[in-house]
Design a protein around this ligand. Structure first.
Ligand code: ACM
Ligand code: ZN
Length: 744
């Protein structure tokens, strides 16, 4: 039916007084792309005395439009309440008609005689007004003028998904209330409708709760490594103000109160809520921590219910997010009360205990007319009835939930984690996202409510958030609004290019669309050829050695490196500087020989494939840069066949440690050599003195600086195997990461 609506509108136009302008092919750039558009030659311009006509159900949107015009035209149009069904000449008419009040669709007609937006709800009208803003253009948005000019157009538009959101983590870094409001504006402008507000974490409790003042007196503040204090929280009146602000722009705020994990800040304020009941500090490191709410303690549940009561007083959203992710079960395994609960409730294990815990909270929320949503870990141990799942560890959790009749919001790390670098997820990848898993039967598509992008802020203080969210969120807004058959990346990219002027007008400090260069390194004659290929147009490229990053040279063509060179590429696009792009190569004597891997590397960290350890390409301090090869469970064990007895000057090999990510240096690296007869001898055992507890992300180079002869070389790096007992995820399989075995 909707398909033909636009033709019906065209017939209405023919009946109107001023005649029909000529139909044209070229339409203005609008993001997200409207469902249907017909464009016509010419434009409508406002005249003095223009009024906004509203009916009973579009009054608020009329006020919003009047305010918006007032700021840009320096005069607030009068708002007239109308009874007739047709717009008055020269006016803007916002008409809510009878129908589905949850519908967010609208039609907009810019006709020689009037501008007419029709919808079945105020939200639909509001979405139409966001389209009107894009039709008015960036110049009017930023500088305004005495006349509003809009191209002649007819649009029929409605979203594919009802849930189009963004998570903003205000815990790892605190975001000022004005900043949160600005994001509400930006979401609304892109016809998104949900702000998922992440309010409690290990590193800070940000929501004032009257009954438990220590949550913000203690829990909102952490002591950083350098001794400084960091924190902040939202008072009740600030949150109420933000909720009211969001409501006016038809943005639903879903608060997230994490449980049972990610709760160290709350436990710092009230240690009696934890299993050990001993004082802990608000965390200042990033990661997953063992101390979580005690599920065996009745007063913990009573506390959480009290907190949720206040949360529900502030936030009217249907859904309340309770987290549920990344809750290590270690404390529960060693807690008498938790074990007692498992016994008395007849539960099989700690996973069922989590399921029971979530079930209690679910019942409580439902008693108060709300729905529970949690991360996909809430599936483990059984999903309580009526709960919704937010799938982040891929789409499988969401798929499983949909198959069992649970509502789903999709935000897989593969497409929706905007805290990740562009090397992990660039705009084109976001645009390729489809929240509906290909294998999900058509009859179950309705369970997929939509999707969200997640802006976690461990590495993103407020002033950097724009550059991570934009322009990726622009792509996501179209993915969630439009239908897949209407999407084409090239065509979207053309509109995105136009859209930058709008983002500039809105003061968005957007970042890059993708990593601006692709670096290719090949072994050439007697060295390595390193080439930087521009991925954006135009992008300027410079490079320097890593040792002297300030001495930047223009990149004029492939670099021929005969030895070892760690370098940094510097790029600029639209006057913006992309962060340093480090790259290292080493042309060494292990390259171009046969080799054998006595292990299976992870498909997630291939380092580029079998030859990763002898390809001459060094990894960087970003273990996801594609040059690190990694494995769990086994030792890394490689043999290189040099073809003939060869005198070597030594060996260097590089491993990585980042214990928060379960990555540890090997306990030792054993080097053996075989002579031409194939007889093996051990050459060296390379050890290190770095504690496993050493924090941060770093590379350690194991070296052997002495000459020896070999026909074959073998390196065995001994994996520690499991995370140590002191680790926050003890006993889990640790990772071994290596980028190269350099034969000197
Ligand atoms: C998550 O990223 N831990 C939901
Ligand atoms: Zn316990």
């Amino acid at each position: 039916m909707k398909k033909y609506l636009i033709y019906a509108l065209a017939l209405v136009w023919m009946g109107c007084g001023s005649g029909m302008p000529d139909h044209i092919e070229e339409c203005p750039s609008i993001i997200p792309q409207p469902s249907q558009m017909m464009c016509f030659d010419g434009s409508w311009s406002s005249e003095a005395g223009m009024t906004i006509e509203v009916n009973e159900r579009s009054k608020e949107e009329g006020e919003w439009l009047a305010d918006w015009l007032d700021k840009r035209m320096g005069a607030r149009p009068e708002i007239l309440q109308k009874r007739s069904k047709a717009p008055g000449k020269g006016n803007i008419y916002l008409n809510v008609i009878k129908g589905d009040t949850t519908s967010e669709g609208y039609t907009i007609q810019v006709h020689p005689d009037f501008v007419w937006i029709t919808a079945e709800s105020g939200h639909g009208i509001f979405n139409g007004l966001q389209t009107l803003r894009q039709l008015a253009g960036a110049e009017f948005e930023v500088r305004g003028g005495s006349t509003l000019t809009l191209p002649f157009i007819m649009i029929e538009d409605h979203p594919q998904f009802g849930h189009r959101g963004m998570l903003l983590d205000c815990c790892r870094h605190f975001m000022e209330p004005e900043f949160v409001k600005r994001y509400i504006d930006l979401l609304a402008f892109h016809k998104m409708n949900t702000l998922h507000w992440h309010l409690t974490e290990d590193q800070g409790w940000r929501i004032a709760i009257e009954k438990y003042p220590l949550l913000t007196e203690i829990g909102a503040w952490r002591t950083e490594e350098d001794g400084s204090r960091y924190g902040g929280f939202y008072s009740r009146s600030e949150m109420e103000d933000i909720v009211a602000y969001a409501k006016r722009q038809h943005i639903t705020i879903i608060p997230e109160i994490e449980m049972p994990g990610h709760s160290v800040a709350a436990l710092a304020a009230y240690p009696e809520l934890s299993c050990r009941q001993v004082p802990v500090e608000v965390e200042h490191e990033w990661g997953v921590f063992k101390d979580i709410y005690c599920a065996g303690n009745d007063s913990t549940l009573a506390f959480l219910k009290d907190v949720l009561l206040e949360v529900m007083e502030i936030f009217p959203s249907e859904y309340i997010h309770i987290g549920g992710d990344e809750a290590p079960k270690f404390r529960w395994e060693h807690c008498d009360k938790c074990q007692q609960r498992i016994q008395t409730m007849g539960l099989a294990d700690e996973h069922e205990l989590q399921s029971w815990f979530i079930g209690e909270i679910n019942t409580f929320l439902q008693q108060h007319g709300r729905q529970l949503i949690g991360w996909d870990e809430i599936l483990e141990g059984g999903l309580p009835k009526g709960t919704a799942v937010q799938s982040w560890r891929g789409m499988d959790g969401g798929m499983q939930a949909a198959l069992s009749g649970h509502a789903v919001v999709m935000s897989p790390t593969s497409h929706c984690y905007f805290d990740y670098g562009l090397d992990a997820t660039d705009v084109e990848e976001v645009y390729g996202f489809d929240p509906i898993p290909a294998e999900l039967p058509d009859s179950l598509h309705r369970w997929i409510l939509g999707g969200e992008c997640n802006m976690w802020t461990e590495h993103a203080p407020q002033e950097t958030v724009d550059s991570k969210v934009f322009p990726r969120m622009v792509a996501l807004s179209e993915v969630l609004w439009s239908y897949p058959e209407s999407r084409n990346y090239g065509e979207f990219h053309r509109r995105l290019t136009d859209h930058y002027s709008m983002l500039d007008a809105l003061g968005v400090d957007y970042g890059f669309e993708c990593v601006p260069i692709q670096i290719n390194a090949r072994t050439g004659s007697g060295g390595m050829d390193v080439e930087a290929v521009a991925q954006l147009d135009p992008v300027s490229i410079g490079w320097s050695s890593a040792a002297m990053p300030e001495e930047v040279m223009d990149y004029l063509g492939p670099l021929h490196i005969t030895g070892r060179q760690e370098m940094v590429f510097h790029t600029q696009w639209k006057g913006k500087t992309y962060g340093d792009i480090p790259f290292g190569v080493c042309f060494h004597r292990g390259i171009n020989h046969d080799f054998k891997l006595n292990y299976a590397y992870s498909p997630f960290y291939t380092g580029g494939g079998d030859s990763a350890l002898v390809d001459g390409i060094l990894g960087t301090t970003n273990f996801r840069d594609g040059h690190w090869q990694a494995l769990q469970f086994e030792n890394m064990d490689i043999e290189i066949d040099l073809g003939a007895e060869t005198e070597l000057n030594g060996i260097a090999t590089r491993f990585y440690q980042y214990n928060n990510a379960w990555i540890f240096l090997p306990t030792e690296v054993v080097i053996s050599a075989a002579n031409a007869a194939g007889e093996w001898t051990e050459v060296a055992r390379l050890k290190h003195t770095i504690p496993l507890e050493e924090k941060g992300q770093f590379i350690h180079e194991f070296t052997l600086d002495r000459a020896f002869t070999a026909s074959k070389i073998r390196m065995e790096a001994i994996n520690i195997g499991k995370n140590p007992d002191w680790h926050d995820s003890p006993g889990e399989p640790s990772w071994l990461f290596c980028d190269e075995l350099i034969l000197k």
